[in-house]
Design a protein around this ligand. Structure first.
Ligand code: NI
Ligand code: MN
Length: 236
């Protein structure tokens, strides 16, 4: 499928840069500086107009405060993570919760459910309550709709996500251990029915053993394109 002016770049693990048809840069789940899969040219990313955080784990928000301070971009997250980041000195936080939609210019961001946890591990090694894990449905200026699932197991309310938002592209974790493996992700695709799925959250650590090939085998014959990007790879 064609993205008609949008460009999606996989920054490794669950981190994505979405450049919109209106010229905005959205960074989802920024874990850049010490993400072993992040290409070097993105480790100190200095452009973002909007930052989204799905949950409080380090591999989804490890670079969020730095990126927000460098760029001044607003950070959308659940309410608790927003409060935590404000305490860390992030100026522009937008705390929200599931079912809500925030409009930033002509871009709409809806927070949806995820079946996962969200505790924030501090530099002192304690865990701070980070609200509930979520995912995001992002509708771009041209109507293209993306679903970033965050970290999650499959859940039957993905049917509601399809019926309410009909995402064109689903960014789904497939690594297993902490999230869905290809078996659950293939079931998720059958509930969501996107035109394209981009696998993520695999191969970063030894425990994340799911592969795009396994997902493709499970979806053989289904009307969906599995687009297995390399880190730094783009879809446009
Ligand atoms: Ni997680
Ligand atoms: Mn994770």
């Amino acid at each position: 499928m064609q993205l008609e002016g949008a460009v999606i770049t996989w920054l490794g693990h669950a981190s994505f840069l979405v450049e919109t048809p209106g010229g905005k840069s959205i960074v989802i789940d920024p874990w850049l500086s010490d993400n072993p899969k992040c290409p070097d040219q993105y480790r100190n990313l200095d452009r973002a107009d909007l930052i989204l955080i799905s949950h409080g784990h380090f591999d989804h928000m490890g670079s969020a405060a730095d990126l927000a301070k460098r760029t001044g971009a607003p950070v959308i997250s659940n309410f608790e993570i927003g409060s935590y980041l404000a305490d860390q000195g992030v100026q522009n936080t937008i705390g929200m919760n599931k079912g809500g939609t925030v409009a930033v210019g002509d871009i709409k961001v809806t927070m949806v459910h995820a079946d996962h946890s969200s505790g924030i591990t501090t530099t002192e090694g304690t865990t701070v309550y980070g609200g509930e894990a979520g995912g995001f449905v992002v509708t771009l200026e041209n109507g293209l709709t993306l679903y970033h699932a965050g970290d999650t197991n499959v859940f039957s309310d993905m049917t509601i996500i399809r019926e309410l938002y009909a995402p064109d592209i689903a960014l789904l974790p497939i690594g297993g251990h902490f999230t869905m493996s290809p078996k659950e992700a293939a079931y998720a695709v059958k509930l969501l029915r996107p035109k394209m799925v981009i696998p993520m959250h695999y191969g970063t650590f030894d425990a994340l053993t799911g592969t795009p090939d396994a997902l493709m085998d499970l979806l053989a014959g289904e009307p969906v394109e599995v687009n297995a990007l390399q880190p730094g790879g783009q879809c446009r």
